[in-house]
Structure formats: structure tokens, C-alpha cells
Write a protein that binds this ligand. Structure first.
Ligand code: C2E
Ligand code: CA
Ligand code: CA
Ligand code: CA
Length: 280
């Protein structure tokens, strides 16, 4: 062990240095991963609650690490946000999701289009180029913007309300739709519904989980569904894992379902099969 002359100050400095170093390491490995094209998108179906028909998918990023295999976004999204690399990663995710969406549409002529939902982070919304990037990506990939949905958490729009509202309105003007993600987990969710031009509400998994066991949770979900409908918003329940949750949510009039009970997030080839797209 090393002698600490300066006591607290030196400990503080070491901690700072270590954290800065770790952050630099993470940043470098994410940067390398982007360069080497190591990210992949998996897609999780969203189904109509009453029929079970697939109406859309949520694009969820994974890091296909050469040694560690598929790494979950929980392990790198925060770092990507902290280092600002989420801007580059997010642009890649958007491009990839739009390409995939356009390809599925072209492969299923005469079928109703599949909506592809993409998660947008706070840093992306704060970036001055976001709207231009999205517009250019729509243009370049030929995706029908009506089949594109951005999922935005309430916390991603709490920094500067007026600016965020303006960005969301500009995105909507491109023809896409917006969903408020993890709804109910923040502190001013109701205000967010009023302030921002959302089309859909994603009921957070934490509420869905308790729906059969807790009358309180069930009451909250019932209230979210009826409030959303009163405001003209669609409702999507995430994290559905069993049939009783489906029955309960169906009874409450929830529109769309997503969760392991229907399908786990899967590679595009597996999704193509679910969508009845023949490869080649
Ligand atoms: P999220 O937006 O809330 O996405 C839903 C998460 O719940 C996904 O985890 C999904 O795999 C998981 N999930 C779906 N159904 C079930 C279920 O029935 N049970 C359980 N226990 N989990 C379920 P995943 O893929 O690990 O993503 C975690 C988070 O990482 C996402 O949470 C999202 O916040 C973030 N994320 C993923 N991809 C992106 C991206 O491209 N950009 C950004 N900014 N964030 C992303
Ligand atoms: Ca989401
Ligand atoms: Ca969630
Ligand atoms: Ca989330």
C-alpha cells in the first residue's frame, strides 16, 4: 500500500483519475466496436391485444462482442450516453432499423406495414443535428416515416421542456409517431402527456408485473389506459410474461402487447420468419 501524505485530497484524486480512466477505456472500446461494426439490432414483436397479430417491433441494440458474445444494452447504454457516443450509436441504430423496415415492407407487398420503434436517448434529443439526421435517414433508406416510431422516456425530455417540445414537434412533422416510454415511473408523467405530442403510451413493465397480484397496481394500469384513451393516445403494455396478464390487460382495453409471453427480442432472420418473409 502506498503512503498517503495528502490524506483526503489524494484519495479523492485517485478516485477521480480511476473513474476518468475507466470511462476513457469504455469510450475507446465502444468507439472500436462502432468502427468494427459490432453492434446488432434485435427486434421484439408488438402485437394487437385482441387478435395477437404482429403490428410492430421494437428495435433493441446488442453488442456482438468478439470475446463476450452478445452484450446487453444495460451494460453499455449508460456509458454511451455519458461519453456522448450515443449520438453515433443512435444514428447507426436508426439507419439500421429504417433499412430493415423498408426491406420488410418491400418483401410483404399487400400486407399492412410493420411499425418499427426505436429508442431515443436524452443526449440524442439534446443534439442540434437530430432532426436533420432523422430526415436524411428517412430519405436515404426510403422508409415510410409513418411506420417509424420513436420511444422517448419522460426523463429524456425534462431538461429543457420548450426545446424538447420543439424537437418532438419537428420530428412529428416528418411523419413519424412518438411513444412515451417507461410511462408512470417518472415524477411528472401526466404533465409530459400534456406538454409533448405523443401518440402512444408504453406502460412500464413494473406495473404490468403486479397486475394480477396487486389490486393497487391493477388500478394504476386501468387508470393509465383510460386516461391515455381519453387523451387520444394508444396504449402499449411492455413486459407481459403470462396469459393472465394478457387477459387482464385485454379486459382493461389496452391496445398493444409486448413481452416474453409473445416473443423475446430476436435477430432479424428470426423476425423475418415470424413475419412470413421468405429470405433471399
Ligand atoms: P426498454 O426501452 O424499456 O426496452 C424493453 C426491455 O425489456 C428490453 O430489454 C426487452 O428485452 C425487455 N423485455 C421485453 N419483454 C420482456 C418481458 O416479458 N420480461 C422481461 N423481464 N423483460 C422484457 P433490453 O433489450 O435489455 O434493453 C434494455 C434497455 O436498453 C431498453 O429498455 C432501453 O432503455 C435501452 N436500449 C435498448 N436499445 C436501445 C437503443 O437502440 N437506443 C437507446 N437509447 N436505448 C436502448
Ligand atoms: Ca423502449
Ligand atoms: Ca421499460
Ligand atoms: Ca427504458
Amino acid at each position: 500500500a502506498k503512503e498517503r501524505g495528502g490524506g483526503v485530497y489524494e484519495v479523492f484524486d485517485d478516485g477521480m483519475r480511476e473513474r476518468a480512466l475507466r470511462r476513457l477505456e469504455t469510450e475507446n472500446s465502444l468507439r472500436r466496436a462502432l468502427l468494427h461494426d459490432e453492434f446488432v439490432l434485435h427486434y421484439q414483436p408488438q402485437v394487437r391485444m385482441v387478435t395477437g397479430a404482429i403490428t410492430g417491433v421494437e428495435a433493441l441494440v446488442r453488442w456482438n462482442h468478439p470475446e463476450r458474445g452478445l452484450v446487453s444494452p444495460a451494460e453499455f447504454i449508460t456509458s454511451a450516453e455519458e461519453t456522448g457516443l450515443i449520438t453515433t450509436l443512435g444514428a447507426w441504430v436508426l439507419e439500421e432499423a429504417c433499412r430493415q423496415s423498408a426491406a420488410w415492407s418491400a418483401a410483404r407487398p399487400g400486407h399492412p406495414p410493420i411499425t418499427v420503434s426505436v429508442n431515443l436517448s436524452a443526449r440524442q434529443i439534446a443534439h442540434p443535428d437530430l432532426v436533420a439526421t432523422v430526415a436524411a435517414t428517412i430519405e436515404r433508406t426510403g422508409v415510410d416515416p409513418a411506420t417509424l416510431c420513436f420511444e422517448v422516456t419522460e426523463t429524456a425530455v425534462t431538461d429543457d421542456h420548450d426545446r424538447a417540445a420543439s424537437v418532438l414537434h419537428q420530428l412529428k412533422a416528418l411523419g413519424l409517431t412518438l411513444a412515451i416510454d417507461d410511462f408512470g415511473t417518472g415524477y411528472s408523467s401526466l404533465r409530459a402527456l400534456q406538454r409533448f405530442p405523443f401518440d402512444a403510451v408504453k406502460i412500464d413493465r413494473s406495473f404490468v408485473r403486479g397486475i394480477e397480484t396487486s389490486e393497487q397496481e391493477a388500478a394504476i394500469v386501468a387508470a393509465i389506459v383510460s386516461l391515455s384513451h381519453a387523451l387520444g393516445l394508444r396504449t402499449v403494455a411492455e413486459g407481459i410474461e403470462d396469459v393472465r396478464q394478457v387477459q387482464r390487460l385485454r379486459g382493461l382495453g389496452c391496445d398493444t402487447a409486448q413481452g416474453y409471453f409473445f416473443a423475446r427480442p430476436a435477430a432479424p432472420e428470426a423476425l423475418a420468419e415470424l413475419l412470413g418473409v421468405t429470405p433471399g
